[in-house]
Write a protein of this length. Structure first.
Length: 193
C-alpha cells in the first residue's frame, strides 16, 4: 500500500487550544483592585494603597474624631519634658555627687590612684627595664618577641616588698600572660603556700 504523505500545500489539522478564554476554567484573567485598575495578587481584594486608604477611612479616622486630644503634627503637649533637637541635657558632663567616691557601691578606697602611683615611680620603671634586658626581650614561655609584658611571679598586690625585686619578674607575651595563675583578679585566689 502506498504511503500517504501530506504535501506542504495541504493544511495540517488544527488543535483546539485551551488557553485564555477558550479554557472552561477561565475567570477573566489576572485580578484587578476593586477600587482602581491595578493588577493585584490573586488572594487580595485591593492594592496596597487602596487597602491603606480603606483601613484609614473605616477604622482610624473615626477613632481620631472621637478622641479630641489626638495627635496632631507639630502639636507638642509636654514642652518642658520633651527632648528637642540640639537640646543639651542639664546633667551632661556633671558627675552625680550621690554616687561618687565612698558613696558608690563599688568603692574600694581609691585603688586606681594607688595602682598608677606605684607603676609610675622611677624605681618601678628601672625594674621593668632590667627584667626586659635580662630576658633579652623574649617571652619566657613561647619565645615570642612581640606584645611583651613584664609579669610579677608573686603578685604585687599581695607581696608589696617584692614588687621591684628582679628575681620576682619575668617577660611574657600577652597571650601567655593571660594564661598565668596570677593574671589580674586571679592573684587573690591563688594559693601561695
Amino acid at each position: 500500500m502506498p504511503e500517504t504523505r501530506l504535501s506542504t500545500k495541504q493544511e495540517k489539522p488544527q488543535v483546539f487550544e485551551m488557553r485564555g478564554s477558550n479554557n472552561p476554567n477561565w475567570k477573566g484573567g489576572k485580578p484587578h483592585c476593586l477600587n482602581c485598575p491595578k493588577i493585584i495578587w490573586y488572594d487580595a481584594k485591593r492594592c496596597k494603597s487602596c487597602e491603606t486608604r480603606q483601613r484609614w477611612e473605616n477604622h482610624l479616622m473615626p477613632k481620631m474624631k472621637a478622641n479630641k486630644t489626638s495627635f496632631k503634627k507639630g502639636n507638642h503637649s509636654f514642652l518642658k519634658t520633651e527632648f528637642k533637637k540640639g537640646h543639651i541635657p542639664w546633667n551632661k558632663g556633671k558627675l552625680n555627687p550621690k554616687i561618687q567616691a565612698e558613696k558608690h557601691w563599688n568603692w574600694q578606697g581609691g585603688l586606681t590612684q594607688k595602682f598608677w602611683d606605684a607603676r609610675m615611680t622611677s624605681k618601678y620603671k628601672r625594674w621593668r627595664k632590667s627584667v626586659l634586658e635580662r630576658d633579652n626581650y623574649t617571652c619566657q614561655i613561647c619565645g615570642q618577641k612581640k606584645n611583651l609584658e613584664v609579669d610579677h611571679i608573686k603578685p604585687m598586690a599581695i607581696f608589696k616588698n617584692l614588687s621591684t625585686d628582679i628575681d620576682n619578674g619575668r617577660v611574657l607575651c600577652h597571650s601567655c600572660h593571660i594564661n598565668t595563675d596570677t593574671y589580674a583578679g586571679r592573684a587573690r585566689k591563688y594559693n601561695y603556700a
